[in-house]
Design a binder for this molecule. Structure first.
Ligand code: FAD
Ligand code: DHB
Length: 390
């Protein structure tokens, strides 16, 4: 099999890259160890930055997003029941869009299938090879056969547990990591959201988030122990805990019901440097993870892909490699700023078992400062709506 760019991973990063490259007349092959139904069913992110929406518009896959997405002009931070609204629109002139990752993925798949994208699903033993030669290849197993893709470039869009990052030699790769001592338990329920805007709450019993997917579908999270299992959390226990953490006033408006999805995600900050090795370029979760409080994981993946698509387009269309040569540097500059924001918001909004009374007071003081300072609130807002691409 021959192509120009072999894309490993059909998550949002890989799919969007294949679409942007197809639009520029560049041929790709996309591999995934799962199939389309499984990938579309993975419930993850829900908030899109303006820049992410723009990228989906550029790709030509934003029609349904504009019909069904919910524009949000602000969100609430709550601390022990006290609320402070971050007025995104007033503070930055911008808003964000609530539209699920499942929907983004579906829109991209629809378009890639309509344009006859070459996919290999349910692949095994994916092995990038000869990355520093002028004939890079990717080997894998598909439907009982060994397949080799010969290509100019390999895009590693295979998420945190993928093989691409591991193809970079230890002597070259540097990693930075922080693992948080708790997880997020998330549920999905077909009930109207408790509030028309998101609420991020820090309560003495732990963090809670009220989010949504539509006017009739809600997404809620509570901070949980790393040792908790989904089976430990009945719907009743979840609603009780969420109500306490959101506070009586909000809980009075909460519409509970049977959850149809329930999962636990660990929280991590992680960065791998560099994001390029020879013909291999990493994008999205393959290169970095943020804790979810800033709603940045998907947005950061899309920002990488915009930079990478631009660099590959300049290479093939104009013979200009300068963007390819600076990709890692340019992407990482932005990645670290988004890591900082996600870490800051996570540090402010969770209960850390190791926190001393002093550190708890620091959290409280930071919240009080935010609530009384337009400058501090604007700083949160400008990060939440999304930093510029460069
Ligand atoms: P992924 O979506 O992980 O896609 C990678 C793809 O590569 C997958 O389809 C996978 O099957 C495939 N793959 C993996 N290994 C291989 C291999 N060896 N060979 C071939 N294919 C392979 N972000 C938020 O902003 N808000 C959230 O609430 C939120 N919740 C999350 C919950 C969970 C459980 C997880 C894991 C992430 C969450 N995120 C959230 C982060 C966000 O979903 C990711 O940042 C986003 O999916 C990144 O997209 P990606 O395409 O880089 O990676
Ligand atoms: C959602 C997830 C987040 O991590 C976040 O910060 C906001 C919303 C969500 O799944 O709706």
């Amino acid at each position: 099999v021959k192509t120009q760019v072999c894309i490993i991973g059909a998550g949002p990063a890989g799919l969007l890259l294949s679409q942007l490259l197809a639009n520029a007349g560049i041929d790709t092959v996309v591999l995934d160890r799962r199939d389309r139904a499984y990938i579309e069913g993975r419930i993850r992110a829900g908030v899109l930055e303006r820049g992410t929406v723009a990228a989906l518009e550029d790709a030509g896959v934003a029609d349904r997003l504009h019909r069904e997405g919910l524009p949000h002009d602000g969100f609430d931070l709550a601390f022990d029941g006290e609320r402070h609204r971050i007025d995104l629109k007033a503070l930055t002139g911008k808003s964000v869009m609530v539209y699920g990752q499942t929907e983004v993925t579906r829109d991209l798949f629809d378009r890639r299938f309509a344009e006859a994208q070459r996919f290999f699903f349910n692949v095994d033993n994916v092995t990038p090879d000869d990355l520093t030669s002028d004939a890079p290849r990717v080997h894998f197993r598909h439907e009982g056969r060994d397949v080799t893709v010969e290509c100019d470039y390999v895009a590693g869009c295979d998420g945190f547990h993928g093989v691409s990052r591991k193809a970079i030699p230890d002597a070259v790769l540097r990693t930075y990591e922080r693992v948080y001592p708790f997880g997020w338990l998330g549920i999905m329920v077909d009930r109207p959201p408790v509030s028309h805007e998101l609420i991020y709450a820090n309560h003495a019993r732990g963090f809670a988030l009220a989010s949504m997917r539509s006017k009739t579908r809600s997404r809620y999270y509570v901070q949980c122990d790393l040792t908790d299992r989904v089976e430990d959390w009945s719907d009743d226990r979840f609603w009780e805990e969420l109500s306490v953490r959101l506070g009586v006033e909000t809980a009075a408006r909460l519409e509970t019901g049977p959850s149809f999805e329930k999962s636990i995600a660990p929280l991590r900050s992680f960065v791998a440097e560099p994001m390029r090795h020879g013909a291999l370029f990493l994008a999205g979760d393959a290169a970095h993870i943020v804790p979810p409080a800033g709603a940045k994981g998907l947005n950061l993946a899309v920002a990488d892909v915009r930079l990478l698509a631009r660099a590959l387009t300049a290479h093939y269309r104009d013979g200009n490699d300068s963007h390819l040569d600076t990709y890692s540097e340019a992407a990482l500059r932005r990645v670290w700023k988004v890591e900082r924001f996600s870490w800051q918001l996570s540090t402010l909004m969770h209960q850390f078992p190791e926190n001393s009374p002093f550190e708890k007071r620091m959290q409280r003081a930071e919240f009080d400062y935010l609530a009384g300072s337009e400058a501090a609130s604007r700083s949160i807002a400008e990060n939440y709506v999304g930093l510029p691409l460069e």
